[in-house]
Design a protein around this ligand. Structure first.
Ligand code: RRO
Length: 305
């Protein structure tokens, strides 16, 4: 018998626990040229802001040891174009649609989420209170428990669907922020966003990113992410989406044992856009080998010494 890969988050069922991470495949159009998006658990969009944004000038990505730095600077089409041009297509792809929302003021988050609540096809909102690459907003909200709680509560007042709060690792206590998001009414937590980092070209003496600082992602951050997912799962009762360097089915197993119900694959997509499919196939084989009937049997089952 084939193991059951379905997972449920805030009452919404996903075909499997493998989602794309925000910012790693735009609005899904390019990925859909390679395989049907319905093979994913969900497509998570690039962060959407109220106005369109060009982001930082290139170079805005740089390779690092076992990872990648980015300072995209929230480049996106803005909520109006997203709703008019991207969402209708996305809702026809047979996958769950999670829309990542970013803003520089509380009012901006609220405006975007209200608008997304008025249209068909959004399964969940992922609230990006953790972007490290903009001067205003983003991390400003997610670095402080009180503003985290306020932002989540304000969005929950205008948007009736499930809300995921996406947490930053660039904080003193991720568990305090997680508890604040729970207090504000978040339905799900996702973690982690990127870790702040810099890389300098030793020939030109210039930073490799025009923004100088960027966000570190990829396998380099996996142990950090895993520790944070584990800590948060022990301190809150919300379901968790694990993010951070997930490239293989074995990574998914680790994150689920640590307490995640689902995961997002990000940087791995840049190396191999098929990674989510390979992960689904290998996860199925793993569950069979372990005689498990359902992937949910892994969640939070890490053993203690
Ligand atoms: O656009 C970005 O530079 C960016 C965002 Br919004 C984010 O949340 N995390 C990241 O690493 N980059």
């Amino acid at each position: 018998m084939k193991p059951d890969l379905r997972v449920k988050l805030a009452g919404v069922e996903f075909a499997n626990p493998i989602m794309t991470a925000s910012g790693c495949c735009g609005y899904g159009e390019e990925l859909a040229q390679l395989y049907p998006l319905k093979r994913l658990g969900a497509l998570v969009s690039k962060s959407i802001t109220r106005e369109p944004r060009l982001g930082h000038p290139p170079p805005r990505t740089a390779e690092t040891a076992s990872g990648m730095l980015n300072a995209i600077g929230l480049a996106n089409v803005g909520v109006d174009r997203f709703v008019a041009e991207k969402l209708p297509w996305l809702t026809r792809q047979g996958t769950r649609v999670v829309v990542n929302v970013a803003g520089s003021t509380l009012d901006e988050y609220v405006t975007i989420c209200r608008r997304l609540g008025e249209v068909e096809g959004v399964d969940m909102i992922e609230l990006n209170i953790s972007c490290p690459n903009v001067d205003e907003g983003g991390l400003e909200f997610g670095a402080d428990p009180l503003s985290t709680e306020k932002a989540v509560r304000a969005v929950k007042e205008v948007y009736s669907g499930p809300v995921i709060a996406k947490l930053s690792p660039n904080v003193t206590s991720v568990t305090e922020i997680a508890k604040a998001a729970e207090q504000g009414g978040a339905d799900v937590l996702s973690l982690i966003n990127s870790l702040i980092g810099t890389s300098i070209d030793w020939e030109t003496w210039r930073p490799r990113l025009t923004n100088n600082r960027g966000g570190l992602t990829g396998p380099a951050i996996k142990p950090v992410a895993l520790a944070m997912v584990n800590a948060v799962s022990e301190q809150t009762s919300l379901p968790i989406i694990g993010i951070g360097g997930i490239s293989h089915a074995t990574d998914v197993v680790e994150f689920m044992l640590a307490g995640a119900t689902a995961v997002q694959v990000g940087t791995a997509l840049f190396i191999d856009p098929d990674a989510p499919l390979t992960i689904v196939a290998n996860l199925t084989d793993y569950l069979k080998r372990k005689n498990l009937k359902a992937v949910t049997e892994l969640v939070g089952r890490v053993r203690k010494y």
